[in-house]
Design a binder for this molecule. Structure first.
Ligand code: AHR
Length: 533
């Protein structure tokens, strides 16, 4: 996250307040015309499906109640895992899930979460509540199997040891009959698990141990050397990718961190290597997080969107440093915590990071995903924080009820972009101004999928004016076009348990004429169009 000097505990002490703003109704006038030029012959990098990754931490109701209800629950479940949540997540084709944290990971001791008797501990980072450890390694892997996703395991560098982390990986991945592999089998899983991604620490510059870059680097090398994946199926092409802790902002302390790790990596010895450098950036404007997640107006809408666009600079800044030491872009930027962080909802435990999710968050998600897509050659993985009931969630649950958020619908609309090929779009975005904030009126990306279809995403940030889009398509003969748009009456429209379908995609008509695509974007809307060759 961007650091402004406030510690995590200072941030958590803040209970939040609601900023009251009265929106001024502006009459809708004829839309401004914006021309896009899509050149399919100039296809770029692959948009890695992993940029649509999720993050599930032992925090609030992210795991317990959100995923895990236990096999004896009256809520329909499979081996304790909620069926409604699994079905919703399957539709997103979630590529990977980062677990068990976050800050939680650097205090997680995996042995407490295996076997018939689970040690009960505390979760000091997040509300100081009891951690039953009932959801552990086997339950997480079962959850991944059910939703069809890969494991991104964050190991404990802060308060653990290399031996503890090495043994966890042996427990999960060894195929040979070692004592740990036999223990795994006795606990119900004879076959080795696959671990696709390994995070070596989390925010080691802050909650992960307040390390200096040099100290972290020495830890990174040791963990890197000894924490091995033994799964025979992962020794070659599907080998586990290792991700080092990276920056949490763009200032000198963060560029220094990236410099330190990447400079060392450039001349790295055979005994250690990394495939990714993590980056965390929350859209918060200032700490402690104080923006309301619902009940806000256009001022907060424009402030938050302006703030989220800082992601572009962060990616550029750190990519430029990485380019010096890794011009072939072997090491990916992994934005494994991103999203909006608002004031906790009134009445919620402030340590549980509960917030609403509005149309504004859908637009915020799109702006970030589009930045990642435009930097697809370097940004090859990302994890929105967090999957269920925490921060910018896909899903919110309340006992047996579940609601899908506007952010969920964005991830669903973007499924066709997973592993597609980036196609450049050039356009003059126009300007949307509110008070002293000016933003691009329109954002857009395009991609081609493996079936040859062209996908176009266009966002109208302006909450008051529609936009007429005319897209010329070069290097592509279009036969038909169809699409969906996501909008709602207000920038802070939300889906609730009572009214779950207030913000949902609906179909939109796009006209094809003379090789051009014409469509009208509603104010504050996200639109995805598929164009058939
Ligand atoms: O996502 C919530 C917290 O934010 C994570 O645990 C931590 O890594 C970051 O500070």
């Amino acid at each position: 996250m961007i650091s402004t000097g406030a510690s995590l505990s200072q941030r958590l002490l803040h209970v939040g307040f609601i900023l009251m703003v009265f929106a001024i109704a502006v009459p809708v006038v004829a839309g401004q015309k914006i021309e896009l030029s899509v050149d399919v012959s100039k296809a770029g990098a692959k948009i890695d499906r992993n940029i649509f990754g999720q993050f599930a931490e032992h925090l609030g109701h992210g795991i317990y109640e959100g995923i895990w209800v236990g096999p004896d629950s009256t809520i329909p479940n499979t081996r304790g895992i909620r069926n409604d949540v699994v079905a919703a997540l399957k539709a997103l084709k979630v590529p990977n899930v980062r677990w068990p944290g976050g800050c939680f990971a650097d205090e997680y001791h995996w042995r407490k979460g295996i076997g018939p008797q689970r040690a009960v501990s505390l979760n000091p980072n997040w509300g100081g509540v009891i951690e039953s450890n009932v959801f552990g390694t086997h339950e997480f892997m079962d959850f991944l199997d059910q939703i069809g996703s890969d494991a991104y395991i964050s190991i404990n560098v802060g308060s653990g040891t290399p031996q503890e982390a090495a043994e966890w990986l042996e427990y999960m991945t060894a195929a040979q009959p070692t004592t740990l592999a036999k223990e795994r089998a006795a606990n119900g899983h004879p076959a080795p698990y696959k671990v696709g991604y390994l995070g070596i620490g989390n925010e080691s510059w802050d909650c992960g141990g307040n390390m200096t870059p040099d100290y972290y680097l020495s830890q990174l090398k040791v963990y890197n050397r000894f924490v091995r994946n033994f799964n025979p199926a992962q020794q070659d092409k599907q080998r586990m990718l290792k991700i080092a802790v990276g920056p949490g902002g763009g200032g000198p302390e963060w560029t220094d961190w990236t410099e330190t790790v990447m400079k060392a990596w450039q001349h790295h010895h055979w005994s250690w290597d990394i495939d990714g450098l993590s980056m965390h950036f929350y859209t918060v404007v200032r700490w402690p997080a104080s923006f309301a997640s619902a009940g806000f107006g256009e001022t907060e809408y424009s402030q938050i969107l302006k703030s989220t666009l800082e992601m572009e600079d962060l990616v550029r800044t750190h990519s430029a440093i990485m380019d010096k030491y890794d011009p072939q872009k072997k090491v990916a930027v992994v934005v494994d915590e991103w999203g909006a962080w608002y004031a906790p909802l009134a009445g919620s435990n402030p340590g549980f990071l509960v917030q609403q999710n509005s149309l504004r968050d859908a637009i915020l998600a799109v702006l970030n995903l589009n930045i990642f897509a435009r930097h697809a050659d370097r940004v090859r993985m990302a994890n929105i924080a967090q999957m269920i009931n925490v921060l910018q969630a896909m899903i919110m649950t309340d006992k047996d009820k579940m609601v899908l958020t506007p952010t969920y619908y964005v991830f669903k609309m973007y499924v066709p972009f997973q592993d597609s090929t980036f196609v450049p779009v050039t356009f003059e975005p126009g300007t949307y101004t509110h008070g002293n904030i000016s933003l691009p009126r329109v954002d857009a990306i395009a991609a081609r999928d493996s079936a040859g279809r062209l996908w176009l995403e266009i966002t109208n940030l302006d909450p008051n004016q529609p936009v007429e889009i005319e897209a010329s398509l070069s290097g592509f003969v279009a036969r038909s076009a169809a699409g969906e748009t996501l909008t709602a009456p207000k920038v802070d429209s939300v889906n609730t348990f009572e009214v779950p379908n207030a913000v949902m995609p609906k179909s939109i008509t796009a006209k094809l004429q003379g090789g051009k695509l014409a469509l009208r974007l509603e104010p504050k809307s996200v639109t995805v169009i598929s164009v058939e060759p």
